[in-house]
Design a protein around this ligand. Structure first.
Ligand code: GRF
Length: 196
């Protein structure tokens, strides 16, 4: 059974898609064993508790820097024997020590077609605003491995959506999010089948 750890900062709809896929057998032979968040009242933690999954708020303010914070995350993940780490709407940069300890075992979902519209500061609505400002005719989401440089790890899969002339960041984000909920479980299956 491949043990999955999820890091999430907010609502956790991608987390929910992963939990549902594991519980329904869409992703067979894997389960989410821990959810870590940097926000005390993030709904992702509530989603974990509803599925009897350990959900832990790890307060960034209690750690003097990114590396120390990441070390705590790593300890919690290792305690649960996590083999695959999923960043599901996780907005903090990971420390290099954590990335090294889980090399090629951390995957992230980004709401655009990387390598375009990625990198520092490109998250949430900033991404969709940039895509619309650039006049793109399509956008989508990318699931990729995480390395030390933002949004630049090996791409596992992408799903595309059309961009309409009357789109707003909200309407585009909603269209992409629907695809994210399909892309993340599919990407986990690919990684699990190829690497475990
Ligand atoms: C998604 O749009 C994802 O692409 C981005 O943050 C959002 C997370 O949404 N990284 P949720 O918390 O999974 O609902």
């Amino acid at each position: 059974m491949v043990k999955i750890g999820v890091l999430a900062s907010g609502n956790g709809s991608n987390l929910q898609a992963i939990i549902n896929a594991c519980e329904s057998g869409v992703i067979s032979g894997a389960k989410v064993v821990i959810v870590l968040s940097n926000h005390r009242d993030a709904y992702c933690l509530e989603r974990a508790r509803k599925h009897n999954i350990e959900g832990i708020f790890v307060d960034p303010k209690e750690y003097e820097n990114t590396e120390k914070y990441s070390q705590k995350l790593s300890e919690l993940l290792k305690e649960k024997q996590v083999e695959l780490v999923c960043l599901a709407g996780y907005l903090l940069k990971l420390g290099n020590s954590l990335i090294k300890q889980f090399e090629n075992k951390i995957i992230n979902i980004h709401p655009a077609l990387l390598p375009k519209f990625g990198g520092k500061g490109m998250y949430g609505h900033h991404v969709h605003e940039a895509v619309l400002a650039a006049g793109e005719k399509e956008s989508g989401c990318t699931v990729h491995f995480v390395n030390e440089i933002y949004d630049s790890g090996r791409i596992i899969l992408q799903k595309k959506v059309p961009v309409y002339d009357n789109d707003t960041p909200d309407t585009l984000a909603k269209r992409i999010l629907e695809q994210e909920h399909k892309a993340f479980p599919e990407a986990i299956k690919i990684v699990i089948n190829n690497q475990f």
